[in-house]
Design a protein around this ligand. Structure first.
Ligand code: ATP
Ligand code: MG
Length: 277
């Protein structure tokens, strides 16, 4: 990919369960495996779903048991004293990343995002951007998975990001988060006029089984998504992600009988990377 350093993309929607983590995990894997890019995935959600999806649950459990550094230590800026090491220690960037493939690493998250942490990073929301600037210039792509609620971590993601990808689910109140995100980005741009940050697009992701849904409801939601995307000037990806039981499997790295999901995802990913470059 052209340019200096990685292109950083945050996956954001202030609505839960729309497929942010699924798409972040699959985009990171697609870029590494299909496009041979060097990829860093960053888990900014205390639910740590991206970490578990990419690492697998047993490796993730091991990581927690080992008290290995996570995004929490990245924001704190050091390793706290432990029974076996009585001193606060400098953070080694090599220890912060977990290897998934030779060209795919993840900075994992963990559940305890305490108020204290939120307060301490209040003074430096640029820690993640600085980490990428100083240590990950050899990467082609950084994919950041965000929590569904706006917080200081959303701001940290903005500082690091050139683009925001917005997954949306065709459901009642599908676009309730769009104006929030639009306003939040506008406020960020005004405060950081030196930074280019844009919504690369909205991707429709149907995480609900067709049968569980009434079609008129879905159609209303789709019309609303089209209208709201236009209103905000956001590109709507032509390739939707349809419901498939293969997605939860692939997200966990299980590629045994994933059905149509790989094909569905690849079409979106091709459109995504075409827009990115
Ligand atoms: N296209 C799809 N088809 C079927 N299931 C899907 C699809 N996309 C996502 N899912 C499933 O829907 C659930 C929610 O997806 P995911 O965790 O990616 O959403 P999220 O936006 O990251 O949620 P949160 O807001 O809690 O972080 C997961 O169980 C995931 O496996
Ligand atoms: Mg998620």
């Amino acid at each position: 990919m052209a340019g200096n350093g990685p292109i950083c993309v945050s996956v954001i929607n202030m609505k839960g369960g729309v497929g942010k983590t699924t798409i972040a995990a699959l985009l990171a894997r697609h870029a590494a495996e299909k496009l041979n890019l060097k990829v860093l995935a960053v888990d900014l959600d205390p639910q740590a779903n991206l970490s578990q999806a990419l690492m697998g649950s047993s490796a993730y459990k091991q990581f927690i048991d080992n008290r290995a550094p996570s995004i929490v230590e990245v924001f704190e800026g050091y390793m706290p004293p432990t029974p076996s090491n009585p001193s606060p220690n400098p953070l080694d960037v090599g220890d912060v990343i977990q290897r998934i493939l030779a060209n795919l690493h993840v900075i994992p998250s963990r559940f305890d995002f305490s108020n204290h942490l939120v307060n301490s990073i209040g003074t430096n929301q640029r820690v993640l951007a600085q980490l990428i600037a100083n240590n990950f210039q050899d990467r082609d792509l950084v994919v950041i998975d965000c929590a569904p609620t706006e917080s200081i971590f959303t701001q940290a993601a903005y500082h690091a990001s050139r683009y925001i990808l917005v997954p949306v689910k065709p459901e009642f109140l599908a676009t309730i988060g769009f104006p929030l995100l639009d306003r939040s980005l506008e406020t960020f741009r005004n405060a950081n006029p030196g930074q280019a940050i844009d919504v690369i697009g909205v991707v429709i992701n149907d995480t609900s089984d067709y049968q569980a849904y009434s079609t008129p409801e879905k159609n209303r939601a789709l019309a609303e998504i089209i209208e709201e995307s236009e209103k905000d000037g956001w590109y709507l990806f032509a390739n939707w992600l349809k419901y498939s039981r293969g997605f939860p499997k692939m997200m966990r790295g299980d590629f045994n009988s994933p059905g149509h999901a790989p094909h569905i995802f690849s079409r979106f990913a091709e459109e995504f990377f075409e827009r990115l470059t």
